[in-house]
Write a protein that binds this ligand. Structure first.
Ligand code: KPL
Length: 297
C-alpha cells in the first residue's frame, strides 16, 4: 500500500530516500523550513548505473500539519533537535519518527525529553552527493537498518521497500556506525585527506588507539565490539569509500558546523561517565572544534 513518509532534511541522504520512495510508488513529503512555501518541485537523481531519474516531490513547511505515516529525520546530528521542534508541535504521538543522523546523543536526548512520541533510530552507509537543492547523485550502495529506540510499534512497509532492514535492537548498529565515523571522520578532517588515505600504515597507530578506547567505552555501555572489529570496520569502510571525502571534511571545507560533538564528543562523554580514558577521542574533538571555529571565523 502506498504510504506517505515525511522527510525532514533535504540534504543528500534526504533527497536520496525521497527519490527511492517515489521509485517505489510512495509519496514522500519534503519538510522544509518553517513558513517556507508549499509546492511540487521536480527533483533529479543520478543512480549508481549513471541513469538519471526525475520525480516531482511535495515540499511543505515543517510547521504546517501534514498527514504522514512516519517521519524520517535526515538532518545533521546538530540540527535534529531544533528541526524537529515545529514538527513535534503537530505530529500525533503515535507516528514513528526515525532519526538517521550520524553519531549519538540527540537520539537519547529526544527520547527522554519527549517520551510520549514514537522514537526510532537507524543508520545507513550509502554514499550520496547533493548536487543542488533539487539534485542528488547516489555514489555508493550501502546497507540500511532501523529499529525502535524506546518501546515498540509498527513501521510502515514503505521503509522495507527502500531497503531498510528492521532490527529489534538498533543500538549495536548505531555503535557500529559511530565507531566507523569516530575513526574516519575526524582524521580525514584533520589531515585534509580522502577516506582511503587512512589505510596507509602511517595512520595505523592512531586508528588502533581510537579503536582500543572505543571498545572499552562500548563495553562499559553494554555493547560488545572488540578493538579488532572496530579497526577492521574502519579500514574496510575507508577502503570501500577510498575516493570519498568524509562528511566532516566536506563540512569544514564548506564552513559548516560539524557532527564532531555527536561522534568524538559522545565517546568522550560516555568515557567520562564510566571513568575511562578517551584521550585520543578528546584530542580529535579538540582539533576538529578548532578547525571548525577557524573555518567559521
Ligand atoms: O559516514 C561517513 C561520513 O563521511 O560521514 C563515512 C562512512 C565515513 C563515509 O565517508
Amino acid at each position: 500500500m502506498a504510504a506517505t513518509l515525511a522527510i525532514l532534511g533535504g540534504g543528500a541522504i534526504g533527497q536520496l530516500l525521497a527519490m527511492d520512495l517515489c521509485q517505489q510508488q510512495h509519496s514522500p513529503i519534503l519538510l522544509t523550513r518553517p513558513d517556507s512555501a508549499t509546492g511540487i518541485i521536480r527533483h533529479q537523481m543520478q543512480r549508481l548505473d549513471g541513469s538519471v531519474q526525475h520525480h516531482s516531490l511535495r515540499h511543505a513547511p515543517s510547521n504546517q500539519p501534514q498527514h504522514c505515516d512516519a517521519v524520517l529525520v535526515t538532518t545533521k546530528a546538530y540540527q535534529a533537535e531544533a528541526a524537529l521542534a515545529p514538527v513535534l508541535a503537530w505530529l500525533p504521538a503515535s507516528t514513528p519518527i526515525v532519526l538517521l543522523h550520524n553519531g549519538m546523543g540527540p537520539q537519547q536526548r529526544l527520547a527522554q525529553r519527549f517520551p510520549t512520541h514514537n522514537w526510532w533510530a537507524g543508520m545507513l552507509t550509502d554514499g550520496a552527493l547533493k548536487r543542488g537543492p533539487h539534485s542528488v547523485s547516489h555514489t555508493g550502495q550501502g546497507v540500511r537498518y532501523l529499529g525502535p529506540l524506546a518501546g515498540q510499534g509498527r513501521m510502515p512497509e514503505a521503509v522495507t521497500d527502500i531497503g531498510f532492514i528492521s532490527e529489534a535492537t538498533i543500538l549495536p548498529r548505531l555503535w557500529q556506525k559511530l565507531a566507523v565515523n569516530a575513526l574516519i571522520n575526524p582524521l580525514t578532517a584533520c589531515y585534509g585527506c580522502a577516506n582511503g588515505e587512512l589505510i596507509r600504515p602511517g595512520y595505523r597507530a592512531e586508528l588502533q588507539r581510537l579503536s582500543d578506547e572505543l571498545a572499552a567505552v562500548a563495553k562499559a555501555e553494554g555493547i560488545t565490539m572488540t578493538a579488532e572489529q572496530i579497526l577492521t570496520w574502519g579500514l574496510s569502510v575507508a577502503e570501500a569509500t577510498c575516493g570519498n571525502r568524509s562528511s566532516m571534511l566536506q563540512d569544514i571545507g564548506a564552513n559548516r558546523s560539524t557532527e564532531i560533538d555527536a561522534i568524538s564528543g559522545f565517546v568522550v562523554e560516555r568515557a567520562q561517565a564510566h571513568g575511562l580514558n578517551a584521550d585520543a577521542h578528546q584530542h580529535n574533538l579538540t582539533r576538529v572544534r578548532q578547525l571548525s571555529n577557524r573555518a567559521q571565523a
